[in-house]
Design a protein around this ligand. Structure first.
Ligand SMILES: [Zn+2]
Ligand SMILES: [Zn+2]
Length: 352
């Protein structure tokens, strides 16, 4: 039997931590059983891409080709694929494979695979002598379990950030019961915070945005927040004491948890989804006396990501985005690193 050759692909990758992203050509594996070949139309730029490309979390191997908010169309499918056909609009998020057998995978929580799920980029690639390459590229080949159906009613570019920013907030909103009668606080207002506000609101929850900036507070209200607490205003904090059932904390840098804990009522949960730096602030344990909990949540599993995409399709929810051509990626990285933007850049792959 003749073996099928690998598929040629083009993308933009960084050759070193201090090098800009630049064009490369490479190969994707030929589709095998259960594989879906996707022509990529759009890829969102996540803050994690910037951290990884610049090796700020250490452990980056080069060349590094990032991107895990991928939307495109099915070009062809391998043997045994029945749920997808050429032309379907599909998405790929942060994961492209997992062991599928461990307790986490069996529950559809592949992000917590005990053997370590295969991440979409910068993860050892079982098929090539390199790391996995992500979505800043023309084509990707992914096992169908890790391919998501994107509702055709959604703008595909604006849907891309649902695959990381969206699911990262959706998973804890669902886990902790956000809905009518539940008061949800959203701390921090970047790509994650904005999605959290939109989703919590659409789920029927009362939503309070917590931010340092009155300007971002206004934007949060426009996005659907019922109320805004300016975290540097003592009166605002006092007013909101013991009022929240759940806080989705999307703040990605060092910050004090004590002021947030004070906002929780009995049995309230503070969920960290943005924290990427270790905490060095003292925790006031007395604040847990109201049976408050501090917990954390990472992205989401495949079934809950599909649930989210379907929910967004029903409610017409997408991210706030600006579409850019590929050659603008390096300047976009500088803006994201400077914390300047509260929308998502999405790369139009037609410009690659
Ligand atoms: Zn991400
Ligand atoms: Zn597993």
């Amino acid at each position: 039997m003749a073996t099928t050759p690998p598929l040629p692909a083009r993308g933009w990758a960084a050759s070193a931590a201090d090098a800009p992203l630049a064009p490369i050509t490479f190969e994707r594996r030929a589709p095998r059983d259960g594989d879906v070949v996707i022509d990529i139309d759009y890829c969102g730029i996540c803050h994690s891409d910037v951290h990884t490309v610049r090796n700020e979390w250490h452990g980056t191997a080069y060349p590094c080709l990032p991107g895990h908010e991928i939307v495109g169309r099915v070009r062809e499918v391998g043997p045994g694929v029945i749920d997808f056909k050429p032309g379907d609009v599909v998405g790929v998020g942060c994961l492209v494979d997992s062991c599928r057998e461990c307790p986490s995978c069996r529950r559809g929580l592949e992000q917590y695979c005990v053997r370590g799920a295969t991440q979409t980029y910068n993860w050892p690639d079982p098929d090539f002598d390199r790391r996995t390459f992500g979505g800043y590229s023309t084509t990707i080949v992914v096992q169908e379990r890790f391919v998501l159906r994107v509702p055709e009613t959604l703008d595909p570019a604006a849907a891309a950030p649902i695959l990381c920013a969206g699911i990262t907030t959706w998973s804890p909103l669902r886990k902790f019961g956000a809905g009518p009668g539940v008061h949800v606080g959203v701390a921090g207002f970047g790509g994650l915070g904005l999605m959290a506000i939109k989703l919590a609101r659409a789920l029927g929850a009362e939503v309070t945005a917590i931010t340092r900036s009155p300007e971002k507070g206004e934007h949060a209200k426009a996005a659907g927040a019922h109320d805004v607490v300016i975290s540097t205003e003592k009166d605002d904090l006092r007013r909101a004491r013991m009022s929240l059932d759940l806080i989705i904390d999307t703040i990605p840098v060092h910050h004090e948890l004590n002021p947030l804990l004070k906002l929780l009522r009995l049995d309230g949960n503070l969920v960290l989804v943005g924290a990427i730096e270790p905490f060095d602030e003292g925790l006031d344990a007395r604040l847990l006396y109201l049976r408050r909990s501090i917990t954390a949540s990472a992205i989401g599993g495949l079934p809950e990501t599909q649930e989210l995409l379907d929910f967004c399709g029903e409610h017409g929810i997408v991210a706030d985005i600006e579409t850019i051509p590929m050659e603008r990626v390096n300047s976009a990285y500088d803006e994201i690193a400077a914390g300047k933007i509260d929308f998502r850049y999405v790369i139009d792959m037609a410009t690659l």
